[in-house]
Design a protein around this ligand. Structure first.
Ligand code: NAP
Ligand code: MN
Length: 263
């Protein structure tokens, strides 16, 4: 088995990374940063987001495993004291391959088209002042948004930024995207639904901002600034991310442990 390893860079994550490499070598695993079968992320959910973006061009061939150096995470579901248990399972058993939906974002600017892929979400804000944008669903005008911003998330991203905005938590077996508002201003001219909206696969939404305005475009942990944006199209992506599950950890148990606590 060929594996790639990415750690958060703090002392604990680096130490665990070395421990993992030692245990892996003893079991005959090969490190391979260019065409791995398994991508191991050591740190937090944020580290797994980085690992995803490093290997997003070879999603068909890789499966991810996340090790958390703090509390349990949503993507990082192995704890720091479980490395040998994990590696023993990697030697002795076949993992269940679990796939989660991704978000495809297409941005049309005056200089061309940009395609992006998100594991958690796409975030849109205005650089100065409030964001003003029209939102269309399946090519029909839906609402005129005015407010702090719009967050469009995947099911596994629904427990991230989306949840802080009052969006629903969506089980990742549902192929869907969720549109959540950030502090919309509502009056007779600018009127939005207020609640978050969930679209199924094969539906899409377009955001049409004022092309004169500078925008902050966020994809997961990364933010970029863009100008002359004509439209932004979001839909459920055709490809998915694969996780190698060596033991079950149901999504609702992760939600309970992260937000409610286990008794
Ligand atoms: P960060 O500022 O360290 O992340 C914020 C927190 O979100 C961290 O505790 C992170 O966990 C957690 N997180 C990431 N993905 C999650 C998911 N799918 N479900 C539940 N929690 C999740 O930045 P980061 O680590 O680079 O993560 C970027 C993500 O942070 C974004 O994609 C967005 O979802 C989230 N975010 C949230 C807010 C908000 O809630 N107001 C604002 C900005 C961004 P770890 O500590 O394990 O990394
Ligand atoms: Mn983080």
């Amino acid at each position: 088995m060929k594996y790639a390893l990415l750690d958060r860079g703090d002392r604990l994550s680096r130490a665990l990374s070395e421990e993992f490499q030692g245990l892996a070598a003893a079991r005959g695993f090969m490190m391979n940063e260019t065409s791995p079968d398994i991508v191991v992320s050591i740190g937090g959910d944020g580290t797994l987001l980085q690992a995803f973006h490093r290997f997003k061009n070879q999603l068909e061939n890789v499966a991810f495993i996340g090790i958390h150096t703090g509390h349990l995470g949503f993507y990082a579901d192995w704890k720091k004291d479980e490395l040998s248990e994990l590696l023993d399972l990697m030697v002795s058993s076949e993992p269940r391959k679990v796939q989660y939906p991704l978000l495809q974002v297409e941005i049309l600017t005056s200089s061309g088209k940009i395609e992006l892929l998100a594991l958690n979400e796409f975030t849109l804000k205005s650089v100065d002042g409030t964001l003003v944008a029209a939102l269309h669903i399946n090519d029909e005008p839906f609402e005129m948004f005015r407010g702090d911003g719009i967050v469009i998330s995947t099911p596994t991203g629904s427990t991230g930024y989306n949840k802080s905005l009052g969006g629903a938590v969506i089980h990742p077996s549902l192929e869907a995207l969720q549109i959540a508002e950030m502090a919309s201003i509502n009056n007779r001219v600018y009127r939005t639904l207020g609640s978050s909206v969930i679209l199924p696969k094969h539906h899409h939404c377009d955001i049409i901002p004022d092309p004169e305005k500078e925008l902050f475009i966020g994809i997961d942990h990364e933010v970029m600034q863009m100008s002359e944006v004509r439209s932004i199209t979001c839909r459920v992506a055709e490809n998915k991310i694969t996780f190698a599950r060596y033991r079950p950890f149901p999504f609702w148990n992760r939600v309970r442990e992260a937000f409610i606590g286990s008794e």
